[in-house]
Structure formats: C-alpha cells, structure tokens
Design a protein around this ligand. Structure first.
Ligand code: ZN
Length: 163
C-alpha cells in the first residue's frame, strides 16, 4: 500500500478518456489499494484512476458507509434530481453548484472481474456521476451552474469550523 500523487487541473491526463480494465491481476489490486490509501489520506469521498495518473476505468467511492471498488462502471439507471455543492480532489480549494440525479444505479466489476449492481442516493449518487465523468475525461467544473465565490467559500469554511 502506498500513497499516489493526485493529478490536478491543468494536467492534460484529466481530459483523456480511460481504457477498459481487462486484466484483474495483482497490478490492479495494488492500484485499488493505493487509491484507497490516497482517498482516505485526502479525506475525499471518491477517486478515479485518472486522478492518480492512470487512464483505466477504475473508481473508488466511500461516502462513509463502505468502500466501493467500481471497475468498468456504467450508470444503468437514474432517478430524480438534486442540486448542490460539489468539489474535486483534482480541483483543490474550489466548489461549484452542480445538478445531478438523486438516485443512480451502477453496474460494475469487482477486483476479481465479477459483475454487480449497486444503487446510491444523494451524496453517493452524486459521487457515482462525478467519478464516472472522470473516466471520460470530464470535470464537474464543466457542468457546474456556477462556482462559489471566495466570500462564499470563506463562509462555508467558517461554518464547518463552528460545527
Ligand atoms: Zn473529481
């Protein structure tokens, strides 16, 4: 297990589409384990392989309930709508307002290649959409209705401190 460097906005790798995972081997397992370390170290809720410089269709999501490893994921169903705050480990210090589905069902493979389906609501649904966008080279900043102003950011941070 090891930490990987997080690629930030401006790096062309974040704009490239990722290739499918074909080999469910030790190399993939090491990548998944390293990505989990990197996710927890950064206090994120999701991480996609291109964010650590790997152009493969691999995503991790952990919104506090369980760690989901999603290989070759696809969104197969969505329901409803939510509009709210979104940030990204690759776009440090910024937040935007983005509209996403309220519920999303993902079909993906696990680290051994077995297919499964998982449904997420609210933050998890938002995270599925955000992370899967990374695999096609898209950042939430392209979809944001607007970005928070420095004043709003400051207010948000001071509210967090008060909790
Ligand atoms: Zn992101």
């Amino acid at each position: 297990m090891a930490l990987r460097n997080i690629v930030t906005v401006g790096d062309p790798i974040l704009g490239k589409p990722c290739r499918k995972v074909i080999l469910f081997d030790k190399k993939l397992h090491t990548l998944l384990d390293d990505m989990a370390d990197t996710l927890y170290e950064s206090n994120g809720v999701g991480l996609a392989a291109p964010q650590v410089g790997i152009l493969r269709r691999v995503v991790l999501v952990d919104a506090g309930e369980e760690l989901l490893e999603l290989i070759n994921p696809e969104i197969i169903h969505t329901e409803g709508e939510q509009t709210g705050l979104e940030g990204c480990l690759s776009v440090p210090g910024k937040y935007g307002i983005v509209t996403r589905p309220m519920k999303a069902t993902v079909r993906a493979q696990d680290r051994y290649g077995d297919w499964f389906e998982v449904e997420g609501e609210e933050l998890i649904a938002r995270c599925f959409c955000h992370e899967l966008d990374h695999l096609d080279g898209h950042l939430y900043t392209e979809k944001a209705e607007r970005m928070l102003t420095p004043e709003e950011l400051e207010e948000m941070m001071s509210e967090e401190d008060g909790e």
